[in-house]
Every structure is written in C-alpha cells, then in structure tokens.
Design a protein around this ligand. Structure first.
Ligand SMILES: [Zn+2]
Length: 279
C-alpha cells in the first residue's frame, strides 16, 4: 500500500459525506481511478453508508460539524449536566429513605420520652403523696405512709422519712425528687417497707440511681427502688441523659437534603450558562 493510500482512506468518510475540501475531493477521485484496492474500499463504504443512511446522516453530520471541538465541549458539558441531574435525584431519593428511617426512629424516640416522663411523674407523685401525709396534724402518720407505700409496692423497696436536722445540708437542697447517695436509715424517724415498719438495719442499694430524695424545711423523704424495678428506672435515666435530641434524629436527612439542594443550584446554574452554547 502506498503512502497516498493511507491519506485517501483517511479522507474517504469525509468524501462520502461530501464534507471534504475541493482539493481533497479531486485528490481522492484521481487516486481511485489508479488504485483498485482503494476503489474497492470506497465502493464497500458507500454500500454501508447507503444502508445506514436514513438513521446515520444526522449523526454523521453532527460528528463532522465545523468547530468540532466546541461540539465535543458541549457534549462533555451535557454529560456533566446529566451527572449533576443524576446526583440531584439520587440525593433526593437518599433523603427520602433517610427521612423514612428517621420518622420510624421518631416513633420509638417518642415512646422512650414518654417512658422518661412517666418515671419522672411517678417519682413526683410518690413524693407529693408522702409530703401530703407529713402535712397531716398527727405526723408522722405511719398508717398513711403505709397506704402510700402499698400503692407503689411494685416499685419501691422502702420509704424513709428523716427530720431535716438529721441529714446533711446537700440533701436539704433537693427541692425536687433527685437521685442521691442514700442517707443511713438509722437516722430516719420512720421507715416503711413491704412488711410494715422496718426495724433491722437496711443496706442501701449501692447505686445512686436507685435512691431518690426530696426535702422541705421540716422533712426529708427518701425512697429506694426495688431491684426488679431498677432496670426500668435505669433505662429512663439513660434515655433522659444520653438519647439524641429530636433534631439529631433528622441530622442525616437534613445533611442529604442540603447536599441535594446545592447540587440542584449548581445544576440550574450550569444549565443557564450552557444555554447560549447549545443554540
Ligand atoms: Zn490506494
């Protein structure tokens, strides 16, 4: 094959599409009168071209447009735009999936918060009832305290009442039901338990969450939870102090919606700057 053949074969597609220059056309035509193999290739290509003509002409013209580099740039930009669009919609889908997960968690989270509220309310109720008994004229009234204890015997090991003078100042500061390190029970005026007044020494549960205390000017009330109920109290305590806040539940969907939003902005901006180039 001669050197000319290489050149001619490069030119053949443009020649068929009638897109090559006048000189090239003459050059090709002159060559194929002398070169049998190139003439055959041309014939072959023409047949192929005719077969595909209907569908391929616009595509082929597109490929051989002048300013081919601009055309390629537009194509690359178009691809980039597609990637942006795809990323945006992916972001939306991920956001929706995460949102569903978060909403599911929110239901559990709300149940947990209700449980925390219930335990706190129960603590307050016990204290209120005991202090109400202590306000009665013939205080301390052991029978009335026993009634309160019976109401909460599933939860409580015992209730103790101390004169405020018998405890440390730190305990006296407890204006609401608070966890505390247990005050020794021999200092109590009354201790009420499941079998009435408890006379033998009580070993406090060695865990401050199990013991609650509250004080007014005159009395300090301390109750201790039963072992069997301690897990419930402990669970509520954990949730209260370590559960995520409600907005933290939605952190992931928030992050993905923000990312999607920024991709959307870039996409729209990119489309706007691309518009004049596509015309
Ligand atoms: Zn040739």
């Amino acid at each position: 094959m001669r050197n000319e053949c290489y050149i001619v074969r490069d030119l053949l597609p443009s020649y068929i599409d009638q897109l090559c220059s006048e000189q090239s056309r003459i050059f090709v035509e002159k060559h194929i009168t002398q070169c049998e193999s190139c003439a055959q290739i041309l014939q072959h290509m023409k047949v192929e071209f005719d077969d595909a003509e209907d569908v391929e002409i616009p595509v082929r013209l597109e490929q051989k447009k002048p300013f081919e580099k601009v055309s390629q740039l537009i194509k690359a930009q178009g691809k980039f735009s597609n990637i942006l669009g795809f990323s945006f919609w992916s972001g939306i889908v991920i956001t929706v999936i995460l949102l569903v997960f978060s909403l599911n968690h929110l239901v559990l989270w709300q149940n947990d918060q209700e449980e925390v509220q219930r335990v706190a309310q129960e603590q307050q109720d016990i204290m209120d009832k005991v202090f109400a008994v202590l306000m009665e004229p013939e205080t301390p009234n052991e029978q009335s305290l026993q009634i309160v204890f019976q109401q909460y015997k599933e939860q409580l090991q015992h209730i103790a009442v101390f004169p405020s003078g018998a405890v440390e100042d730190t305990i006296l500061d407890l204006q609401t039901p608070s966890t505390t390190y247990p005050v020794e029970y021999e200092r109590a005026s009354i201790v009420i338990g499941e079998y009435g007044e408890i006379t033998e020494p009580i070993v406090p549960i060695d865990y401050d969450i199990g013991t609650m205390a509250m004080a007014n000017e005159e009395w300090v009330v301390q109750f201790e939870y039963k072992e069997s109920y301690l897990a419930t109290v402990e669970n509520a305590h954990q949730i209260k102090h370590y559960a995520p806040s409600s907005w933290e539940l939605f952190l992931m969907p928030i992050i993905f919606s923000v990312i999607s939003f920024f991709i959307f902005l870039i996409w729209v901006y990119h489309k706007r700057i691309m518009k004049p180039m596509e015309v």
